[in-house]
Design a protein around this ligand. Structure first.
Ligand code: PHE
Length: 460
């Protein structure tokens, strides 16, 4: 089969910025604080850190290795690397499934990215001024009830993403992250400093770092793993594809640690931007998904310079979202381009249109299609609308399944010598330790989590 040779990152740093951009997203700034809030703080944070260290970093290294070995996108990478094995058709299918997963994620992610753009606009135009809690809830609900509003802002986030993708790796992705990531970090720092001056830091420290182990249940473990995988962009072809553009002279272990460290750091820092405000105002820490879109706007309104703070906060969310949506969009385009099916530009349009239809369904499932419930294979899935179902299947189930197979592939199928060469750690303890985790521990633990998931013990 002929391959169209694809562009590469101009350096390890360019990759690092893009991969951190992928990892740092709504998962860190929107989801992490409320999941920590719902799960009781310190113990959850500790568990999360443990999972990132033990499974997160090794799995990021695994995906980067599979991607960079032949510098090919998932389907061809899995197929070529399993050459001569009886199970080859299965691995080709695994490649295919890992490309579908980010498309499923984008089906709901684009809608939420649209909310963040809408909030930036609403705060700038003063629509969120002088509101009390009930009113911000009304604004949020009104947005969700309006198909036109949802679709407009979703479309905008999709167009921005497709435009960046269509320009290619260096002129599109690299350029976008070069602009967006420094701004993202700058805004985050400003927000934390601002929060620090307004008090509530001591309570935040206590809440986030004093573990109460009685809060840990089987379900917490599942939640923490799901959150860690989602936040590190695992099991969704992203690291495979970003790895395939990685120059051979860069160190996969170092880059994987860099991505995991930055991602976790931003999630924790996001907690320090959000929780002090909550503690200062005597609000509920466990208000769930409403935390960012309903609770915070009330407080922004009351704080000195609150409007500016609010604009910065939602801009931060929007930037974080866009650097993630580009990484979710790229795998399908990369695959179509490499196989010579479409040029990059055409692929961006075709994939973009398909995704637009899916995201429209997702947006409509909050209003006109809210009665449409899909798939009823067990009790937990039975009551889901399209948007929730997409999240449930792609961001939870498929990410875990793809991660499981990436682990099995590296441990049991890929020639040890190839992994050894790619990692550049020599035949050291570190290499052996990494491979043992991937070969034995990941299949057992992630396999069990998938079992728990499908028997209804995870997520609701
Ligand atoms: N890691 C991103 C976030 O935290 C989401 C994401 C998942 C991006 C999978 C790419 C792949 O929001």
């Amino acid at each position: 089969m002929t391959h169209v040779t694809q562009e590469k990152w101009s350096s390890g740093t360019a990759f690092l910025l893009a991969a951190i951009g992928s990892a740092v997203g709504l998962g860190n700034i929107y989801r992490f604080p409320y999941v920590v809030g719902e799960n009781g703080g310190g113990a959850f944070v500790l568990l999360y850190l443990g999972i990132v260290l033990l499974f997160g970093i090794p799995l990021v290294m695994t995906e980067l290795t599979i991607g960079r070995r032949r510098q090919l996108p998932p389907i061809t990478a899995f197929t070529e690397l399993s050459e001569g094995k009886k199970s080859q058709p299965f691995w080709k299918f695994v490649g295919f499934s890992s490309i579908l997963t980010p498309l499923g994620i984008l089906g709901f992610y684009f809608v939420i990215a649209g909310w963040t753009l809408n909030y930036v606009y609403s705060i700038i135009t003063g629509q969120l001024n002088n509101l009390v809690e009930g009113q911000t809830l009304a604004v949020f609900t009104e947005m969700q009830q309006s198909p036109a509003t949802l679709i407009f802002w979703m479309t905008l986030s999709l167009l921005i993403t497709a435009f960046i993708i269509s320009r290619g790796i260096k002129a599109g992705l690299e350029k976008a992250v070069n602009i967006l990531m420094p701004m993202l970090f700058a805004i985050l720092v400003i927000l934390v400093i601002y929060s620090a001056f307004n008090g509530g830091m001591v309570e935040t420290f206590e809440f986030m770092f004093t573990p109460d182990f009685s809060k840990i249940t089987g379900r917490t473990v599942l939640e923490a793993t799901g959150q860690a995988f989602f936040s590190l962009s695992l099991g969704s072809a992203t690291m495979l594809v970003y790895g395939s553009y990685l120059p051979k002279d860069t160190s996969i272990p170092k880059l994987a640690c860099g991505v995991a460290f930055a991602d976790t750091f931003v999630a924790l820092i996001a907690g320090f931007a959000v929780f002090p405000i909550i503690f200062n105002n005597g609000l509920e820490i466990d208000s769930g998904p409403n935390l960012v879109f309903v609770t915070l706007p009330v407080i922004f309104d009351q704080m000195p310079l609150g409007q500016a703070f609010g604009i910065l906060f939602f801009l931060l969310l929007a930037f974080a979202a866009i650097t993630s949506t580009i990484s979710l969009f790229e795998p399908a385009v990369s695959n179509l381009e490499e196989r010579g099916i479409f040029s990059r530009k055409k692929a961006s349009v075709v994939v973009g249109f398909g995704l637009w239809c899916l995201a429209c369904l997702s947006a409509l499932s909050m209003n006109v299609l809210s009665d449409l419930r899909v798939l009823t294979f067990n009790d937990t899935v039975a009551s889901k609308n399209i948007m929730d179902l997409l999240e449930y299947m792609s961001a939870n189930a498929m990410m875990l399944i793809n991660s499981l197979f990436a682990g099995i592939f590296l441990g049991w199928i890929l020639n040890r010598k190839e992994a050894l060469e790619e990692l550049g750690l020599g035949d050291s303890i570190l290499f052996k330790f990494w491979r043992a985790i991937i070969k034995y521990i990941v299949p057992v633990v992630v396999g069990y989590l998938i079992y728990a998931f499908f028997t209804g013990q995870m997520g609701g």
